[in-house]
Design a protein around this ligand. Structure first.
Ligand code: HEC
Length: 191
């Protein structure tokens, strides 16, 4: 069925997981590579799908890629994958996209890669972490420096923080992401 869709360049595929993690990828990219929905680890004994420590995390599906390194951040490896949605970029992401602001669009692309799988802007994105723009923009109640320091080491702010540290995000990329967050201050969801 997917092979019959001729132009996939504007279509996004969003993988929604039971824990609220929701990475998205360009559909063309997905179709050009070999992804599998894993339901079982074949090394487990008869009658078991996953090792006990992973079973609750990995069911119902775990998306894995053939021949792709785990360090390539542009590929998502969601586990606990429960829903797959294909929609046009603008249909799904309009509320989070700075349509008339070129500088912020650069930041959006980086935000989409690094943050959107867990955070939402105007209710678009993952729900594992908190919303950043609706009703109040995070830029109005968190200092820029705190956002930067938090993402590099969340546990230095909250011992119980569930956000994985992102110590390798370049400062320039954060600046772009922050420009995007600021630009979204005045843009709220369509009713
Ligand atoms: C794998 C999921 C994940 C990713 C990716 C992620 N976050 Fe988070 N983030 C969380 C969770 C969960 C929290 C809630 C606090 C915690 O860690 O317990 C959080 C909290 C935060 C907070 C604190 C906000 C508040 O009001 O409590 C900031 C700031 C933040 N994230 C920034 C970012 C930025 C910027 C990015 C991208 C560069 C990012 N996060 C990527 C999961 C994530």
């Amino acid at each position: 069925m997917l092979a019959q869709i001729k132009d996939t360049s504007n279509l996004r595929i969003t993988f929604t997981c039971v824990d609220g993690y929701a990475p998205n990828m360009n559909l063309s990219k997905v179709m050009e590579h070999e992804g599998y929905l894993a339901v079982q680890d074949l090394d487990q004994p008869e009658g078991k799908d996953w090792a006990d420590s992973l079973a609750n995390k990995f069911r119902p599906y775990y998306l894995v890629w053939q021949g792709i390194g785990k360090t390539d951040e542009t590929f998502a490896w969601p586990y606990g994958l429960a829903e797959i949605r294909i929609a046009s970029f603008i249909y799904d992401f309009a509320d989070a996209y700075p349509l008339h602001d070129k500088a912020a669009q650069k930041g959006f692309a980086l935000y989409q890669l690094h943050c959107m799988k867990c955070h939402s802007i105007n209710r678009v994105g993952g729900v594992m972490g908190p919303e950043f723009n609706y009703p109040k923009s995070i830029t109005t109640y968190w200092e820029k420096e705190d956002i930067w320091n938090f993402l590099r080491n969340p546990q230095s702010y909250r011992y119980s923080a569930k956000m994985p540290a992102l110590p390798n995000l370049p400062k320039e990329e954060f600046e772009e992401i922050y420009t995007y967050l600021l630009a979204m201050q005045g843009k709220k969801p369509r009713e």
